[in-house]
Unconditional design. Structure first.
Length: 299
């Protein structure tokens, strides 16, 4: 066989190297893509605070434009009081109702708004009842945003029959006599951020997790009374957790003959989109939600 000339050898080498550069695998395509870190609920929350008010009050918050502000209100007007809590005072601020439960003696409400540059650094808590506990959670807009499927053309949160759409929620009220063991909070399914607000009339003491993750924080209102209540001894609490992380809680109401309660659970799975999710996955989620909404409307 005749010896190959140097020029032919060089040409064959170049052809071989070029063909190797075009042989790729699925894993090769992702080598240069950034690694997406999982987002925890702690990552997306800018601020959480609880307290109680005895009159309409401005509550200072750490919110910047486009942040999502969730407000929970729980109050009791007492036997002779009225208790609309937020009502039109909240809607006039552009804050949308999520869900509510209870009557004038023990009521719970959940509200939400995408913060605007003109909103400043305060939430005005309107109050017609005697007193109320509140919980505020500010979601960092640089970490999570509302799914566009649940916004109108003006970028405002969509409501239906006066309630925010797209959230997994449940709210109820009842009476414990006495409190021994409670299926609290309500379970609504979903993963990611879940908020639970609890209102008790009258005192509730030693509230604790007995089934589930005992490390889930319970933000509890510490009032001026010895029994840890505000007003005539009411109690308000806020829980921040991942999905249905807590399945049962226990509590004691001391010598009180009975305690009324109202509670609300809100899960944000699908309604919120974390910003470190790859763009193609976000687009897929939005398209799926849009298709589901279109299917519902066609039925």
């Amino acid at each position: 066989m005749k010896q190959l000339t140097p020029m032919i050898s060089l040409l064959l080498s170049l052809i071989f190297l070029t063909s190797c550069q075009h042989v790729t695998t699925q894993s090769d395509n992702t080598l240069n893509e950034p690694v997406v870190q999982p987002t925890t609920i702690e990552d997306i929350i800018r601020e959480t605070k609880v307290g109680y008010i005895k009159r309409s009050s401005e509550i200072e918050i750490n919110a910047t434009p486009s942040d999502i502000v969730v407000v929970m209100l729980g109050g009791s007007g007492g036997p002779d009081g009225d208790n609309p809590l937020g009502g039109t005072g909240m809607t006039k601020q552009g804050i949308k109702l999520i869900d509510l439960a209870g009557d004038s003696d023990c009521r719970i409400e959940g509200w939400v708004k995408i913060w605007d540059a003109n909103d400043g650094n305060n939430v005005m808590m309107p109050l017609s009842s005697r007193d109320a506990g509140y919980g505020i959670v500010v979601i960092d807009a640089t970490k999570a945003k509302v799914n566009p499927s649940y916004l109108n053309n003006s970028g405002e949160i969509v409501t239906e029959n006066g309630r925010v759409t797209g959230l997994k929620t449940d709210a109820k009220d009842g009476h414990f006599n006495p409190i021994r063991d409670m299926v609290v909070p309500l379970h609504v399914g979903g993963t990611g951020l879940t908020l639970v607000a609890l209102m008790f009339d009258d005192p509730l003491m030693n509230l604790s997790v007995i089934e589930g993750n005992s490390d889930v924080p319970i933000y509890w209102v510490e009032g001026p009374r010895v029994d840890k209540g505000f007003g005539d001894g009411d109690s308000f609490g806020l829980m921040v957790m991942e999905g249905d992380e807590v399945t049962r809680m226990s509590g004691e109401n001391g010598t009180d003959p009975g305690t009324d309660y109202s509670e609300i659970t809100i899960n944000f799975d699908g309604w919120l989109i974390t910003t470190n999710v790859p763009a193609n996955i976000k687009k897929s989620i939005v398209e799926q939600d849009a298709a589901l909404n279109a299917d519902k409307l066609s039925k």
